[in-house]
Design a protein around this ligand. Sequence first.
Ligand code: ATP
Ligand code: MG
Length: 392
Amino acid sequence: HTKDWDAAIRVIEKIENAGYEAVIVGGAVRDFLLEKDVNDVDVATSAMPEEIKKIFHSTVDVGIAHGTVLVLDEGQPIEVTTYRTEGVYVDFRRPEQVTFVKSLEKDLERRDFTINAMAMTKTGELIDLFGGREDIKNQLIRAVGDPNTRFREDALRMLRAVRFSAQLGFSIEHKTLNAIIQDSDLIEFIAKERIHSELSKMWTSNKVYDGVKTLIESNLATYLEGDFKKYLDDWRYFTTSSSEVGWAYLSLLNRLKLSDIINFYKLSNKEKNFIRNVLNAYQSLLDRWNELDYFQYDIVTLEVAYDFAIWQKVKVPFKKEHIALVKSTLPIQSMAQLAINGNHLKEWTGKKGGPWLKVVLDAALLAVLKKQIKNDEDHLKEWFLHEFNDER
Ligand code: ATP
Ligand code: MG
């Protein structure tokens, strides 16, 4: 058991001692049965949020409107949520309103897939009303209840099915998949932020290629930005531990419609900058690749550009390991480490500042990076007076 699991058990004991029910629910139970490391352990309870706040000294209202209280005083933060159903579904979206209920059964019923709709008591007794354990055994993602109904309640669930299938390496059960195909257009009603979050999880999953393939098979790809069909094969060996890399890869593949990708998925500034850098690095890999590229891009950026070039069957004249090696042995790692700056140049020439300073400093940087000159003031001065000053 992980620390989180043990903390959840202590939370459950306290709630039970106060006279209420409490169980572990959702992803934690699923991952426990899969013998995976269980990190976020969620607890569901018959107690109301105010009652939970009375039982524990230290709590945070993280989602009080949805019945969720974060309990801090058991070592690890544990989310405790009152048994609830969801309000009326409007426009195929998950409602803001929830209704608290007394029975665990009702709470489990509103969950998306059978593998996510199990609960476990503190003694390890499994509550499995929809055959989740069997579906785990058979590696199936199956909607709880009638799949069309469930997807019309909240269309994001369709994309969640694809994401879980990529993360777990499971198939989507036949009827559930057919329902997605039928209702796939409803994904257009879903906020792009929620789509972004599911795809981000898919990029870092074990089976990205299978995920993209399922996006196509389920017809969801039709309603998402980017040409998934055309580039399916390009995802075959894709793997990453950072979702940014997934967004960069999608953008590189669809780079003729880059701004459509950025706008549709509402990519963050951090993601946009990363993509811009990878694109620039990739471009210099095609044109001219020199010490300056190693200097100005970080290793992840360079490696993603490199991988992309390989995937695009561009001939790259060095091995990938070369990147980290060259980068770590550059004479300087930042512009601030260059032994001269604009003031030196002005002093040596008696001239005023201006664009010429940058031209000279860039040339000095490249010469230092190429190890043509030593990075000290005297050598740089000698080089400068020889290369530049005579002609001015
Ligand atoms: P992860 O490891 O990605 O966090 P998870 O199963 O914990 O997996 P969450 O998105 O954190 O997934 O949701 C927690 C639980 O809440 C799910 O296991 C599921 O029971 C339920 N749930 C989440 N989103 C939905 C949804 N859109 N519709 C129905 N149930 C949902
Ligand atoms: Mg979770």
